[in-house]
Design a binder for this molecule. Structure first.
Ligand code: NDP
Length: 242
C-alpha cells in the first residue's frame, strides 16, 4: 500500500510543526496546513507539503481537503491542532472576539472532521487527533472562553468516538499542559490588551506577566514531547474498547 497520508492543522509553528516533522519521520506523507504558508519553508525542505488553510473560512477548508484528496486519494490521519488562547475576564472580552475563539478552536476543528470523515468511512479506517488541553479538564481565572472551547473539544471528541468506532475510525484526544510555544505569549498579550482598562487590570496583568515568564523561561516541556505523543497515538494499534 502507498504511504499513509496525514494532515496537520496549525503546522506553521509549535506543536503542529513538530508533529509534522515527527509524522514525516514515521513514514507518512504529511500535509502541513496553516495561514502563514511562508513560515513552512523549513518543513517543505524536509519533504513535508505546506498547504494553505484558515479554519475560520469554509472555502479554505473545503479547498484544502479537496486538493489533498485530488493528489493522494485519501487522508488517513487528521491532526486538529490549530488553536489559540483568548484570555480575559468574561466581562471584558468582546463577544466578537469570543466568537472568533470558538470559531477557530471548535467550529474549525468540527468542520475539518466533517470534511475528512466521508473518505475515512469509505476506507473503513482513519485516525482523528484533536488537540485539546489540560485546560479541557481544569480551569483558571481569565481563561473562560479558552477553557470553554477546550471543554467543548473534549465533549465533541468523546461523542464522535462513539459515532465513528463502528466504521473503524479512531478519535484521540491529546491534552497538553504548558508547552513552550508562541501560545503562551499570544494568550498573555490577549489578556493584557483586553484588560488594559477596567476592574481586572491589576489581577490580569499579574497573571499575564506570570505567563510570559513561564513561556519565555526553560521550565516548560518542548513541543517535540507532544509531537511524539501524537505520533504514538496514530501509529500504535489501540485495543478494542467494545
Ligand atoms: P502556536 O501558537 O505555536 O501554534 C498555533 C497554530 O495554530 C499556528 O500554526 C497557527 O498558524 C494556527 N492557527 C491559528 N489560527 C488559525 C486559523 N484560523 N486557521 C489555521 N490555523 C490557525 O501554539 P501551540 O503549538 O502551542 O498550539 C497548538 C495547539 O495546542 C492549540 O490548539 C493550543 O490550544 C494547544 N495547546 C497548547 C498548549 C501550550 O501550552 N502551548 C497547552 C495546551 C494546549 P497560522 O497563524 O499560520 O495560521
Amino acid at each position: 500500500m502507498s504511504q499513509k497520508v496525514a494532515l496537520i492543522t496549525g503546522a506553521s509553528s509549535g506543536i503542529g510543526k513538530e508533529a509534522a516533522i515527527e509524522l514525516k519521520k514515521q513514514g507518512f506523507t504529511v500535509y502541513a496546513a496553516a495561514r502563514r504558508i511562508e513560515k513552512m519553508q523549513e518543513l517543505e525542505a524536509k519533504g513535508i507539503r505546506p498547504i494553505s488553510l484558515d479554519v475560520t473560512d469554509d472555502e479554505s477548508m473545503v479547498q484544502c481537503i479537496n486538493e489533498i484528496l485530488k493528489i493522494e486519494g485519501r487522508i488517513d490521519v487528521l491532526v486538529n491542532n490549530a488553536g489559540y488562547g483568548s484570555y480575559g475576564a468574561l466581562e471584558d472580552v468582546p463577544i466578537e472576539e469570543a466568537r472568533r475563539q470558538v470559531e477557530v478552536n471548535v467550529f474549525g476543528l468540527a468542520r475539518m472532521i466533517q470534511l475528512v470523515v466521508p473518505g475515512m468511512r469509505k476506507n473503513k479506517s482513519g485516525k482523528i487527533v484533536n488537540i485539546s488541553s489540560m485546560g479541557g479538564k481544569v480551569w483558571t481565572s481569565f481563561g473562560g472562553w479558552y477553557h470553554a472551547t477546550k471543554f467543548a473539544v473534549e465533549g465533541l471528541s468523546d461523542c464522535l468516538r462513539l459515532e465513528l468506532s463502528p466504521f473503524g475510525i479512531d478519535v484521540i484526544v491529546v491534552e497538553p499542559g504548558g508547552i513552550k510555544t508562541d501560545w503562551g505569549i499570544i494568550a498573555a498579550e490577549n489578556l493584557k490588551k483586553v484588560s488594559a482598562k477596567g476592574a481586572y487590570t491589576q489581577a490580569a496583568s499579574k497573571i499575564a506577566d506570570g505567563m510570559i515568564k513561564n513561556y519565555t523561561g526553560n521550565q516548560l516541556s518542548k513541543p517535540e514531547l507532544i509531537a511524539r505523543t501524537i505520533s504514538k497515538a496514530v501509529t500504535v494499534r489501540r485495543p478494542k474498547t467494545r
